[in-house]
Design a protein around this ligand. Structure first.
Ligand SMILES: [Zn+2]
Length: 321
């Protein structure tokens, strides 16, 4: 959506709220007390009243905006528009500056809630057909708990970080991409020999095969066939998936031909995070990965903004998440 179209469509608080309300009603309002689905709207209080038991539900209750005090106009709705207006992203500080909002924290918190909802939405779908699998190692800033552990490990190792897989500066992410081999006659020069579908990126606690298998159960359809670089954590894939092909590439260049899309996704995500967010705390990395995958998976959609509004209406936020 162009920015002028956006402000014609949403010129004030009332229009933004009306859009949120209409999307909420399309999903259906359910009474918390009696599960009733029929409600009156009390406009003076911004609340729904259950026709059966008279229980009242606020417009934001049971959605992503539960407990949020931010106005819809010049914060939540334009924030969603900015976040979805580009394939790249904006930092919370930049969105705060553009919207002229006084405080950073509520904007930062709301953006993380939106990213959480994006991840929940993508969790509803599993990857299928041919899928590439590989790990990406993303640089992170460790949280307080991990900082103490790393400090002890560094002391034991004469102040040196571990190298390669398992380095304390990085965290492991399992990257999955649906990819289909392109007919050589239709392949464009300088383009990969495979066509990408949907992708997923999930933090991996460790590189054990049990952890990888557990994650794959949730993310990949059992009937799909996978291709990997033959890492030890993929040893048991044949038990869970129909077909697993491990291709061990001798030269690094060859690996990008075998697994082109996971490597493209990893390097693009790394570059984007470095450009926009500079450094990411380890507890927030999944949130940024959610946003990246959500937008990548909807790259051909007409309006990602409308999808995000629907997602935020249907995703329930709990303060302990
Ligand atoms: Zn009720």
């Amino acid at each position: 959506m162009k920015i002028q179209d956006f402000f014609i469509r949403f010129p004030d608080e009332a229009s933004c709220k009306a859009h949120f309300k209409s999307e909420r009603e399309k999903q259906g309002v359910v009474c918390k007390r009696c599960q009733g689905k029929e409600h009156y709207w009390i406009s003076t209080r911004d609340q729904y009243q259950c026709k059966k038991c008279k229980f009242r539900t606020t417009l934001r209750s049971g959605t992503l905006l539960h407990c949020s005090q931010l106005p819809y106009y010049l914060s939540i709705i334009p924030g969603m528009m900015m976040l979805t207006s580009t394939k790249k992203s904006f930092s919370a500080l930049e969105i705060q500056r553009q919207l002229g909002h006084l405080y950073y924290e509520p904007i930062w918190y709301t953006l993380h809630k939106i990213r959480y909802a994006m991840g929940k939405r993508d969790d509803n779908y599993k990857l299928c057909n041919e899928t590439e699998l590989d790990e990406g190692f993303f640089e992170i800033v460790p949280n307080k708990e991990n900082r103490d552990r790393i400090a002890t490990e560094l002391k034991e190792n004469n102040g040196k970080y571990k190298r390669g897989k398992g380095s304390q500066k990085q965290t492991t992410v399992l990257v999955m991409a649906e990819s289909k081999t392109v007919d050589p006659s239709q392949k464009y020069k300088h383009k990969p020999n495979k066509k990408v579908g949907y992708i997923k990126m999930q933090l991996l606690e460790n590189l054990r095969k049990e952890t990888t298998n557990k994650l794959l159960e949730k993310t990949i359809d059992k009937k799909s066939s996978t291709i990997t670089d033959g890492g030890n954590n993929y040893n048991d894939l044949n038990k869970n998936l129909v077909n697993h092909k491990a291709v061990i590439a001798d030269v690094k260049k060859e690996a990008s031909k075998i697994l082109p899309w996971v490597h493209i996704a990893i390097s693009n995500a790394k570059r984007l995070f470095l450009d926009i967010h500079h450094s990411i705390g380890d507890e927030y990395l999944q949130s940024y990965l959610n946003e990246y995958c959500y937008k990548f998976n909807r790259r051909y959609f007409d309006s990602v903004f409308d999808r995000v509004v629907i997602t935020s209406v249907s995703c329930k936020w709990q303060n302990n998440v």
